[in-house]
Design a protein around this ligand. Structure first.
Ligand SMILES: NC(=O)c1ccc[n+]([C@@H]2O[C@H](COP(=O)([O-])OP(=O)(O)OC[C@H]3O[C@@H](n4cnc5c(N)ncnc54)[C@H](OP(=O)(O)O)[C@@H]3O)[C@@H](O)[C@H]2O)c1
Length: 286
């Protein structure tokens, strides 16, 4: 099993990345990222709206690893959508991370002036400051509305995804463009219904792996890029230690039966965009 996934623009991304959503910028992000790099992670997933890009950048610079060995993702918040604002937002992420370039940059939420913001991402990709660009939280309906209008296709769509929500319809909508799924909530955000599932527990006993490792291994075998979050050093280590065993075809099918076709968040629900735009301001620039 490959530890890296080839994206549709020729860029390679490590299949497992550390997610740093909800890790505070009080030194905790620096610590988690440093632990992860020591444990062998080479992929970190942050966002402007996580308020911890600076700590991510600092931990990477202090790691002693070469810049090109590490893959960093950040995301543009909706407040900075529209062409001009997006250019400012991208510059802010570049400044805060301070790593010269960003490996993957996403439109965090698909609301507001998506086309204007995407045009700015395309330009920064062409300048080499963003190696790859992508979207997030696009349902099949939102994907079909915007992506045909894009000059450059996204390389990923980062969406809620785990064994209980396998995004079948979205995957078939994105297949022709070869857009990869990045799974957020890969561990169901710690949901016990997933972690205590009897199939997951049985496989965990069979392979001598913990339940988190079984779930992440299933997802990577399914073709997803996964972004488990943890601040616990043992779990950080364990969540990337999934490349020394393989689930059989029958076990994959058994895990696929956990799919309910639904997630916890519905980006198509009325008012989601307006509510995000009005509730979450990450700076006072506009
Ligand atoms: N694009 C978007 O809109 C979006 C939305 C949500 C998330 N994301 C991305 O996806 C990442 C992951 O999402 P998430 O952090 O919400 O959910 P998650 O990774 O599914 O779950 C994290 C939770 O599971 C616990 N955990 C970690 N490893 C475990 C293991 N091996 N066994 C049992 N529990 C474990 C963590 O606690 P401990 O820290 O105590 O280990 C934490 O409470 C985020 O950090 C972010 O990068 C993106």
């Amino acid at each position: 099993m490959e530890k890296e996934v080839l994206l549709n623009d020729g860029v390679k991304i490590p299949a497992v990345g550390l997610g740093v959503f909800l890790i505070p910028n009080d030194g905790s992000t620096y610590k988690a990222v440093s632990e992860a790099l020591k444990a062998g992670y080479r992929h970190i997933d942050t966002a402007a709206a996580y308020f911890n890009e600076e700590e991510v950048g600092r931990a990477i610079k202090d790691s002693g690893l070469k810049r090109e060995e590490i893959f960093v993702t950040s995301k543009l918040w909706v407040q900075d959508f529209g062409y001009e604002h997006a250019k400012w937002g991208i510059e802010e992420s570049l400044r805060k991370l301070d790593l010269g370039y960003i490996d993957l940059y996403l439109l965090h939420q698909p609301y507001g002036d998506v086309l204007g913001a995407w045009k700015a991402l395309e330009e920064y990709k062409e300048k080499g400051l963003l190696r790859s660009i992508g979207v997030s939280n696009m349902t099949p309906k939102i994907y079909k509305k915007y992506v045909p209008e894009f000059r450059i296709k996204p390389s990923v769509n980062q969406v809620e995804c785990n064994p209980t929500f396998l995004q079948k319809e979205l995957r078939s909508a994105m297949e022709k463009d070869n857009v990869r799924i990045e799974a957020w909530y890969p561990l169901g955000h710690g949901d016990n219904n997933l972690l205590d599932n009897e199939t997951v527990i049985r496989l965990s006993e069979k392979y001598g792996k913990n339940v988190g490792q079984i779930i992440l291994r299933f997802e990577v075998q399914e073709g997803f890029i996964v972004l488990p979050k943890s601040t616990n050093p043992e779990r950080i280590k364990g969540n990337i230690d999934i490349f020394d065993f393989e689930l059989t075809e029958d076990e994959m099918k058994e895990m696929e039966k956990l799919d309910t076709g639904k997630g916890t968040h519905d980006p198509d629900a009325p008012g989601v965009g307006e509510s995000l735009l009005s509730r979450y301001k990450i700076h006072n620039k506009w």
